[in-house]
Ligand binder design. Structure first.
Ligand code: NAD
Ligand code: DAU
Length: 370
């Protein structure tokens, strides 16, 4: 049994990690700290909170005094640090929050962990897992080899720069103070509970609602898609069995350009409507309700500034050292994800009815079709 702190546990990957952890390690005591930003959602956690299977603290990782109190109260020996501002487009619009949470928040968490583990002589048995991104390595051209753990950092967006800064801080705490830290850098996740501002849920929801599917630039940008369940299993393997001071890359081994991804989403929705006629009544604005393909909604719009061309992950270290290989097939994972958004309409409707509208107007209002 261990006392675990999960930061950002009300976000997309955080919620999935909480559920995976709860199911696979029922004796561990889980505390989630989350600032409950626009990206947070606790609907899926509510049953666990009510039945006291997890403890949810609404607060910011930048609040050092709160972190100190939580460590004293719950005696954490494992920290899985996921809290972050995570959307690249928002970092381009307004980078400051990214520096505050991703850099200063990570620093406050490192300090609280180190102070508590040092004072209580827990350094040896404790672990700090910092969850980071492949975006710190920058962008690959078509023929360059995939990112490995020794690829030099070359972040291009304010988001990526803030994550790179946090990775460097984590590493410095391990080398300088002996904090038992590990870092993971993973590729694009997809799956249940992802906020509708990100590519895959945005395209699914827009297609269901008969709205334009806005592909940035010419849609040739490539991402390495990783199902969130594979990612969560990898995170648990790293925190439990990884070597302190090491970095592990986590990837899906599944490079796809954005045109393909959006095309696959369209085909998956078209097929779902062809199989289940009730969907036509539920989503009458979807082209598939009139037996037309959702592909008719695809629109190419002004590109994201500084748009990284290609990410690809070499995950052999994770496989060789920890025996974890990602196994969810992309077409099957995407089909399951489309089904999840169809079945969980109330979940995303609650999100897109709020301040999300203002974001959509801000991000897409000035992007002309190209
Ligand atoms: P998300 O935006 O869905 O969730 C982030 C969570 O952090 C939210 O619940 C938010 O409320 C919380 N948060 C933000 N600021 C906070 C603060 N100051 N204090 C406490 N909580 C705060 O993000 P995600 O997609 O779940 O990503 C989780 C982590 O994984 C991030 O660190 C991200 O950089 C990293 N990552 C994500 C992906 C991906 O594809 N989603 C890929 C690689 C790495
Ligand atoms: O690579 C890991 C990163 O993946 C994480 O660190 C980030 O937190 C996560 O948000 C994600 O970043 P991306 O910028 O790759 O994800 P996003 O879903 O925003 O975009 C994926 C691709 O789709 C990217 O090439 C931009 C493009 N895109 C995105 C949106 C929202 C579009 O073409 N149209 C869109 O409307």
């Amino acid at each position: 049994m261990a006392n675990i702190l999960i930061t950002g546990g009300a976000g997309f990957i955080g919620q999935n990690l909480v559920h995976t952890w709860r199911k696979t390690r029922p004796d561990d005591r889980l505390t989630v700290i989350d600032a409950m930003t626009y990206a947070a959602n606790i609907t899926s956690l509510e049953p666990l909170i009510e039945s006291r299977q997890i403890n949810l603290v609404k607060g910011s990782i930048t609040d050092g005094a709160l972190l100190r109190d939580l460590f004293d109260q719950h005696q954490f020996t494992r920290v899985a640090h996921l809290a972050a501002e995570s959307h690249v487009d928002r970092s381009i619009e307004d980078p400051e929050a990214f520096l505050t949470t991703n850099v200063l928040g990570t620093f406050a968490l490192l300090k609280a962990s180190l102070d508590f583990w040092r004072a209580n002589k827990l350094l040896e048995q404790s672990r700090f897992l910092h969850v980071s991104t492949d975006e710190v390595y920058g962008s690959l051209s078509a023929h360059e080899p995939a990112f490995c753990e020794t690829t030099p950092y070359r972040p291009n967006s304010p988001y990526a720069a803030s994550k790179a800064a946090s990775d460097h801080l984590v590493r410095s705490f391990e080398v300088t103070y002996g904090l038992p830290a590990l870092i993971t850098n993973c590729s694009n996740n997809y799956g249940p509970y992802q906020h509708p501002e990100k590519l895959i849920p945005l395209m699914i929801i827009h297609a269901l609602e008969g709205k334009a599917l806005p592909i940035y630039g010419d849609g040739s940008n490539i991402r390495d898609w990783l199902h969130v369940s594979d990612h969560c299993e990898a995170l648990i393997a790293v925190i439990e069995r990884g070597h302190v001071g090491e970095t592990y890359n986590v990837g899906g081994g599944n490079e796809q350009n954005n045109r393909n991804v959006v095309g696959l989403i369209c085909e998956t929705i078209d097929r779902a409507f062809a199989k289940d006629s009730k969907l036509k009544d539920r989503f009458p604005a979807c082209p598939a309700a009139d037996d037309r393909s959702c592909r008719s909604l695809i629109t190419f719009v002004t590109d994201r500034p500084g748009h990284d061309h290609r990410y690809a992950i070499n995950a052999t270290k994770l496989a060789n050292e920890l025996g974890k290989r990602c196994s969810v097939d992309f077409a099957a994972g995407l089909e399951q994800t489309v089904r999840w958004y169809i079945e969980n309409e109330a979940w995303w409707r609650a999100i897109i009815s709020g301040s999300y509208r203002t974001w959509i107007e801000k991000n897409y209002g000035n992007r002309s079709a190209v």
